[in-house]
Design a protein around this ligand. Structure first.
Ligand SMILES: *Cc1c(COP(=O)(O)O)cnc(C)c1O
Length: 373
């Protein structure tokens, strides 16, 4: 981890809220398996501490995107099954086998390499077969999957633990397309099963289907919902609460007279005498330049507009109308301050993006801390 932490800005993860989200989701999914998706540094929240908390709360399977993330968790002592969701390259087979990672199979090259190394080391490697039902990212197309199984299902030292697919449109609540993909998946699974190609764990959904049991199958792969940001705005999801707060501090305050350009390029000009606060957080840490257009932060529970261009490591806020502002005061750029909450969805709206982009973009230079409130 980085020695170069910004001491002035913290990413606080609320342990009680995280536990609450985990338990609400768990209750919906059990007795089916809840797979905790901790890819992309647990969507920015810190992969290691989140993984440990999930395990403490009784989640005993995790998923990541890359082999590297899987190796990182193993080296830190995480010993539950870890499914690598992304497609690894054949030259990563050695790490998959050595670190006992469960890999997704979307092509024969990786499978053949994993099987070969598993034989050499006298191990059995669990794998999940991926079917492409319409996202057209990873996975084998339905028309190719029977031939694939005929050729590869009996590869030595391979345990076909699971088969899965991933919805393309569930996150926008397009249940028509989702059902088409679901039907394709079930149809293919049945066809394979009739030919003797069976898989213990069948799975297809993420956070979007937590409250739609029909799509649960044997396992649900939940990522962003754990952090309180469901992709769809459904009544049930209101029970989940965002867990992250990013708090910086004011390092300087200046009174600037009316008509003065401020920041790089001077594209903001004070419209009256203004009180401007500087915070040590910029776009290199994930405070994106685009936020400056419409965005604000919370200071003393009030909105302070971002003014001027956000720099690499700094940003400026207009605190003219906020009373009793001093150097050292807390500035919340995302999350909770008093009874206010600045949501990642709101930051996403400022830049025409999504909450997962907002959450996943904070740099390693920001210290993540787990807090008890
Ligand atoms: C990211 C991802 C998930 C988790 O999705 P959420 O919407 O974050 O719950 C599940 N499966 C796959 C294949 C993914 O890439």
């Amino acid at each position: 981890m980085s020695e170069l932490y910004f001491k002035t800005t913290q990413m606080r993860i609320s342990l009680p809220l995280l536990k609450q989200n985990i338990n609400i989701i768990k209750k919906e999914i059990e007795p089916k398996i809840l797979l905790g998706v901790v890819k992309a540094n647990a969507t920015g929240h810190d992969i290691l501490s989140i993984s440990n908390i999930l395990i403490d709360e009784g989640i005993n399977r995790l998923a990541v995107t890359t082999v590297e993330e899987g190796v990182f968790l193993r080296e830190k002592g995480i010993d539950v099954p870890i499914l690598v969701l992304g497609s690894a390259l054949p030259n990563q087979a050695k790490e998959i086998v050595n670190y006992n990672l469960t890999t997704t199979i979307s092509a024969e090259a990786l499978l053949s390499e994993v099987s070969k190394l598993a034989v050499q080391t006298n191990k059995t490697v669990s794998v999940h077969l991926k079917l492409d039902t319409g996202l057209h990212r990873y996975g084998i197309l339905p028309e190719d999957i029977i031939a694939f199984c005929e050729e590869w299902y009996y590869a030595p030292n391979i345990k076909w633990e699971g088969i899965y697919s991933h919805f393309s449109n569930a996150d926008i609540a397009d249940w028509y397309t989702t059902d088409e993909q679901f039907n394709t998946f079930n149809h293919v699974v049945n066809e394979l099963s009739a030919l003797g190609f069976t898989f213990q764990i069948k799975h297809i959904g993420g956070t979007a289907v937590v409250f739609r049991k029909k799509y649960h199958l044997d396992m649900v792969r939940v990522g962003i919902g754990l952090f309180g940001y469901p992709p769809i705005d459904d009544e049930n999801f209101k029970k989940l609460k965002p867990v992250l707060t990013i708090a910086s501090q004011i390092v300087q305050i200046k009174n600037i007279s009316k008509g003065t350009p401020i920041g790089y390029g001077g594209n903001y000009i004070t419209s009256r005498d203004e009180k401007i606060a500087l915070i040590p957080l910029g776009h290199s840490n994930g405070y994106k330049r685009g936020y400056a257009k419409e965005g604000y932060a919370l200071v003393n529970g009030k909105k302070a507009k971002i003014v001027g261009a956000i720099s690499l490591d700094q940003a400026l806020l207009n605190v003219t109308d906020i009373e009793d502002v001093s150097v050292g005061d807390e500035v919340v750029v995302l999350g909770y301050q008093g009874d206010q909450h600045l949501s990642a969805n709101e930051l996403a709206n400022w830049i025409d993006s999504s909450s997962d982009e907002v959450l996943g973009s904070w740099s390693d230079r920001l210290l993540r801390v787990i807090v008890d409130q």
